[in-house]
Design a protein around this ligand. Sequence first.
Ligand code: SAM
Ligand code: SF4
Length: 342
Amino acid sequence: MSEAVPITPTPAPTCLVDRFGRVHTDLRLSVTDRCTLRCTYCMPLDARFKPREELLSFDEFVRVVTVAAGLGIRSIRVTGGEPLLRPRLPDLIARLVAVPGIEEVALTTNGLLLAEQAEALRGAGLHRVNVSLDALDEETFRRIARADGLDRVLAGLDAASRAGFERLRVNAVSIRGLTESQVVPLARLCRGAGFQLRFIEFMPLDAESGWSSGQVLTGAEVRGILEREFGPLEPLASSDPGQPAVDWRFADGGSVGFIDPVSHPFCDRCDRLRLTADGQFRNCLFSTTEWDVRGVLRSGDADVDARLVALLVACTAAKRAAHGIGEPGFERPARAMYQIGG
Ligand code: SAM
Ligand code: SF4
């Protein structure tokens, strides 16, 4: 459902604060809904993609980000679908980095195309890279991703390191009955290579409605697996309140992060807004309403920027207190993760 926003607010606001006092400084841009994998928790095998003309152009993304930066957005994460499938992505990154007010531009990728593009992305000024990798065993990788590619992801991580990206992150979704055996190998790899590992709980955003609470391997359970192998973990104080991950320290050095949206929702600290590849603002992964940015951008009106401000303000104002997973009345969004942008 798309929400109409008729009136430009006056005077113009300078920050995006919602009814609960949450100030929004982070915008996630999905640049494509296409992907090289078909992860069970994200995309159906027979995914249908938006026609290319419905995806926002680079000029349109930059225009939205410029307006958003004027409202206090400081960090941009480029995601998808698989963002590295979008042709000439480094050109977009360079333009986003140059938007006044934007302090950090980051990328979330499945890593398959990273080896080829790491140098160009680094040259474009990209600040950070997160690589999604749930399994180090080929069979488990294939069961989740429904495609091959583990060797390419590992080559991508290596290339990103060599290109000079620091604090490389590895994000691993945890699924009961599937990923328990991958926890220790992932931790060993990341500790050895200096990658920041984060485990993420499986959320009800899969396209095939297969999610059930029983499949959520919680952060606490993953910690238990790690502690049996590496000894006690200790929680670390967070330096960034907007950061959903809670970091824990290994007794012999190094740390590991946990993003637990199901067992420990962090909605009260959420500072994120999202723009889908087809140009819709969303105020939550679980939003059931969208705000039509593409329609405004392509309206031909003289007051496009003022209308974008109004959309951002309305989208932020409508944000609910929490996603409500597991509560009575919880409604899954109509679109799956690959169509929203993770
Ligand atoms: N294709 C890129 C990738 O996989 O990194 C970027 C898009 S993907 C949607 C972004 C992140 O969302 C990935 O780390 C992926 O593992 C995560 N993700 C997708 N579906 C999820 C779900 N149902 N629950 C938890 N995380 C999910
Ligand atoms: Fe593709 Fe990322 Fe979704 Fe996997 S999680 S299907 S890699 S968009």
